[in-house]
Design a binder for this molecule. Sequence first.
Ligand SMILES: [Zn+2]
Length: 344
Amino acid sequence: MPKPRARPVLAVLARLVDARLAAATFIAFALGLGIGLLLAPEEQEPPGATALPPLPPVADRPVASLRPPPAPAPPPPAVTAPRPPAAAALRPPPVREGGEGAPWRRFAVAPAPRNGKPAVAVIIDDMGLDRRRSAQAMALPGPLTLSFLPYAEQLDRQTAAARAAGHELMLHLPMEAESSKVSPGPNALTTTLGPGEILSRLHWNLDRFSGYVGVNNHMGSRFTADAGAMRIVLGELDHRGLLFVDSRTSSRSAGQALAKELGMPQAARDVFLDNVLVSDRVEAQLAELERIARAHGQAIGIGHPHDATLAALAQWIPSLPARGLVLQPVSALVAAATPRHAQR
Ligand SMILES: [Zn+2]
């Protein structure tokens, strides 16, 4: 069919304009992301998070079209058919413990006795993306509490290895940061979602693996400050018998207060171990963790699978008994702080 001459010219022009617009948008986005990462006041975005293939079945993300096309990976099972809330709790766990009751007790690692000594718990989160350093964290003496990102790959294999090495498992739930320029990763909980969608995304995240005692937030300085949104999340965690550790990426987080109000098992981070990735700064933060534990009986530190953190922990953990401290999994600190009536 013959076409008017003007049309191909116009089409070429339109394509050029489109390409320039797309390139300008992409550059602006990349610059914004870079600046956001530099300025992010809370924990850093894990390496590679933005390059992951978008898996979720739920609402589109504004930056999705600017991402590189997804790598050809097989979709995870059950993504398109979210289970009802109670189903995951009924699924047989990959690692069975002798414990009874709710998951936060059933999957808990048996703690060493305190004998009146102060206790420290160390959560290493952002687990699962950097496979080499995640494996190095698993190789540390424990029990540590290892919190895995739900969008990491081969989670069943990785979490089984962590559990077999004697560590306790948590799920590191991605939540919206205050700065829109940092991405918590695919399928994160955001304050712009309706209640149904928050639950739907929460179910997707909670069903990535099992055998964990509870959840702590990944980023989330904006989301955790939204009491209405947090009430939905904590209600579901409580319903599933999971504990919540508030990472406290924002001083305005409503997480711990709401969890207390719900009477669910909960705790909050006392010290971030590696906001500065230099060994002596990590050692100073470990000293601060000890100080709080001696003052209050127990303390929770959160670190990440970075070289400086892993090296400092490798030195610090074996030295604890001589200094009169006991390393326990986080569930033991939560249990010690939870009223008996809430210990289902
Ligand atoms: Zn994190």
